[in-house]
Design a protein around this ligand. Sequence first.
Ligand code: M6R
Length: 614
Amino acid sequence: MCGIVAYTGSNQAFDFLIKGLQRLEYRGYDSAGIALLNGGLSVYKQKGKVQDLIELTKGKDVHGTTGMGHTRWATHGEPNQINAHPHVSQNGDLAVIHNGIIENYATLKEALLKRGHEFESDTDTEVLIHLIEDIRNHEGVDLLEAVRLALNEVVGAYAIVILSKNDPGTLIGARKGSPLVVGIGKDNEEFFMASDATPIVEYTRDVIYLEDNEIAHIANGELKVKTIQNVEKTPYIHKLEVTLEAIEKGGYEHFMLKEIYEQPKSIYDSMRGRFNKNDLTFAMRSLREYESKIKNLNRIIIVGCGTSWHAGLVGEYLIEEFARLPVEVEYASEFRYRDPIITEDDLVIAISQSGETADTLAALELAKEKGATIYGICNVVGSSIPRITHAGAYTHAGPEIGVASTKAFTAQVTVLTLIALGIAEIRGKITKERLRQVFAELEVLPEKVEHVLKNCADKVLEISERYKDAENFLYLGRGVNFPVALEGALKLKEISYIHAEGYPAAEMKHGPIALIDENMPVVVVAPKRGYYEKVLSNIQEVKARKGNIISIVTEGDDKVKSISDYAIEIPDTEDCLVPILATIPMQLLSYHIAVMRGCNVDQPRNLAKSVTVE
Ligand code: M6R
């Protein structure tokens, strides 16, 4: 869960490395460091953010046409300067940056200590570079072979890059379980490596995504790929489609705000070309190819973490409603360790923005091993989950850089809606008329999202100002809007550090109601459809205990409005699409409160965007 970046070519590496680290900072920001080859091996590293590293390197010699950089989310060892990457070998000739966890590092370290190695840091990563050096010295092999042999001894996950003082112009990268992209510059004049394509896209569109257990070796202007089993590979060169604008703030103060406002487009992109409302057909290849499987499914299991798990819960309501097929939604981290019962007639759907979340990936691998058909709903193209699934659908939301997930969630829910309808159609559980109605609403959804964004902006600012100092928040919703309440609460707590809980509205009286007093803001999703009267009663229960009601209501509904302290209106839509519209004001509320409290909304404390450790 760190960001790594590397360069070799005819230009100076430093600017690319710093800019690349800034683009990857969403992956972790406990410390940052770089190493440069310039006759010797210069390493600069610092606790804190990339900006702190920039300060550290001011006035220092940072020349060098080969180098690498790292931004860390701490796992082994506290976030300080010593534990920051790069780490160097015993004799100082080799350096490594690493994203992942070397699980057997303690055993390896013990053996190396016996052979006279001394360690500076508490990290698993330092052990790896000592091991490589040890193998090179004792086996008399070259660096590439030493790396290969060392990786055969390693248990765990890694994306690494290695530099050697005595091998100028050489980069060695390898991956297992953590992503590594290699960029190929024009005429092979320069090469890039990074955890994702964002640092690279400005320089080249030709990339290869390393597969697990592959090593990329760049030397003398040539790239070679082999496996750790020593099998040469011919890498497939992908063309990057992401644009530079998509990864820049484009005039917004924060990525999160930009991403919230991108939702009319990202939702449109997530459904574009996937259904035809005139002849009521689907153009989702992933469903069509598995038609016979879908017809015979016993059940669907959805796995995910955080926001993606919330999207899964929405999916459960939608699939059960439309396709009348049982759905279970599981935290990937729990599912993978509890020996779940899975059969060949199960479809296991993993939802993940990054496509790299370690727990989700492992849950999916387990389901595959047990014979289930596995399906991925991911945003990052070429990431690990889409590469191991039998089928899947990208959400096409575009790069999401703010750590708090926003447009990825609404795109996931959109795709899940299409999947629910598609499965329903394949299994003959939905009428043409009903399909027509939902398609018609889906088609105008981006406009309605646009409308919500415009209409609620001032009201949300006013509410944020009023409640920015609250210590607790409750979020309530019923049915398909219960996960929306969970998502609203997660969004607020992760970026503003206000304690917030989401509950099914009717569950409130079984405990949380004890928390309600005149200081408790309660956000209630109360659309005119669904369980309207029931939610109205729940609101009354809060009011009776002097709680403050912030309701999300259907335009024109004066009943809930009249008993709310604040009401935010959203346009009427199909029940199944309310979660998308209702989420938007909640995202804005979290955003504004966090900004008013002086929090770093794009990089909230202790979090990282892509959680590649369990
Ligand atoms: O990349 P993924 O969707 O698999 O990530 C899952 C969670 O880590 C993620 O949704 C997290 O909860 C976000 N911080 C939510 O805003």
